[in-house]
Design a protein around this ligand. Structure first.
Ligand SMILES: Cc1ncc(COP(=O)(O)O)c(C=O)c1O
Length: 392
């Protein structure tokens, strides 16, 4: 991100920036003026709020999740009191991991996964293991059981919609199966094993149908932390995310959040509460999807035209990313010839090796690339892929 901001002429297919042309400037301007015009709303928005977050926003978020998951329960165990608003979902992921894990504990992550989460894992001295299918999850759990390591396993971190970096979405069948497998191994672990579901790209669907969340498969609200964000789909500069948490985790997470900042910006929360309540958010999603569809298609066409013989990729149906697998012998890392050549040519990508955890049971693949079609326009995307193809 730093390099992209410092060298504006660089075509960045790397950082997860969003589309500049569709930022909701007019909408945010109007909502802001509405909030500030009346003393009552102005005074409340410009004061400190509570650690858990603005009640109106939490109610809107609950309603949105219930609608997406068609979650209708009488006396639902999930209420807006189980929602905590955070500074982006990044903070939620940090808080939950901090609350659940001690140094030396084990977490299971997807292979590959969101590399910034791996930073949290490393900073907290945790031991990560990776898996790339439900079958592989089961063998990893079996391995941990045989090594008597299951009691150290605390959570699975899963990005379930248009995954960063692969663009893949978990099917409902896979979610059901994974949930059942984890439950089976809980007995041997001797404590709950939590599923931290990161749904950061759920609202960035370009086509196809939505899939119910893991949270929906947790009817008693005991095991699934649902992390989501309003940054990517609405405005990354409005750095607000949230979590829907099992009741047993609320107090510890709020205590920790209290120590960090005792509450996210009340002003930003007030803007988002209104954007959700008035339909501005939902309308914005439709507008940005049209823009991203064009850019995703431009990237796919350029990949097919310039790189079809030397890569494999999966066409994402949402999100911001395309994951490339190059020939096994081609190294893509930050100190590789290819990375430097691409940078000299004026194009930046994320080396795939950054997205694999240090799992001692397998080598890290070195031949992958994560591309993002978030920030650049279609023309830049075509140019960028051509430069990348020449570099390869
Ligand atoms: C998978 C995933 N989760 C969480 C985040 C954090 O986003 P934010 O803190 O802006 O909500 C990102 C950002 O790139 C992401 O890709």
């Amino acid at each position: 991100m730093k390099l992209t901001l410092e060298r504006p002429q660089l075509i960045s297919l790397a950082a997860g920036f969003t589309d500049n042309a569709t930022v909701p400037a007019e909408e945010v301007n109007r909502i802001t003026r509405e909030i500030l015009r009346r003393p009552k709303t102005a005074q409340s928005a410009l004061q400190y709020g509570t650690t858990i977050g603005l009640p109106q926003l939490r109610r809107e978020l609950l309603g949105r999740w219930q609608q997406q998951d068609r979650y209708v329960r009488q006396r639902s165990p999930v209420t807006s009191d189980h929602i905590v608003v955070t500074n982006g979902s990044q903070q939620l992921l940090y808080l939950v991991t901090e609350v659940l894990c001690d140094p030396g504990d084990i977490v299971l992550v997807e292979d590959p996964t969101y590399f910034v989460y791996l930073g949290i894992v490393q900073a907290m001295g945790l031991r990560p293991f990776g898996f790339d299918s439900v079958a592989a999850l089961e063998s990893k759990l079996e391995h941990l059981k045989r090594q008597r390591l299951l009691p150290r396993l605390k959570l699975l971190y899963l990005i379930t919609y248009f995954q960063n970096p692969t663009g893949r979405t978990w099917s409902l069948e896979d979610k059901r199966e994974a949930m059942a497998v984890v439950r089976r191994y809980e007995r041997a672990a001797g404590h709950p094993i939590y599923i931290v579901e990161d749904a950061a790209y759920r609202d960035m669907r370009l086509e196809g149908k939505d899939v119910p969340s893991f949270k929906m498969l947790d009817p008693r609200n005991e095991r699934v932390v649902y992390a989501n964000t309003l940054t990517k789909p609405f405005a990354t500069g409005i750095k607000i995310g949230y979590g829907i948490l099992p009741a047993a985790l609320m107090r510890a997470v709020l205590n920790s959040k209290g120590n960090h900042d005792f509450g996210s910006s009340n002003f930003l929360q007030a803007i988002l509460a209104r954007a959700l309540a008035t339909g501005v958010y939902e309308r914005h999603l439709a507008a940005v999807a049209a823009a991203y569809r064009l850019k995703r298609d431009a990237m796919i066409q350029a990949l097919d035209r310039f790189l079809s013989t030397s890569i494999r990729y999966h066409q994402p149906r949402g999100g911001l990313y395309i994951w490339l697998e190059l020939d096994a012998g081609t190294r893509t890392g930050a100190s590789s010839k290819l990375f430097r050549r691409a940078l000299d040519a004026g194009v930046l990508y994320v080396p795939g090796e950054m997205c694999f955890c240090n799992d001692p049971t397998r080598p890290i693949p070195r031949n992958c690339i994560r591309l993002s079609f978030g920030a650049p326009g279609p023309k830049q995307i075509r140019q960028g892929i051509k430069l990348l193809a020449d570099s390869i």
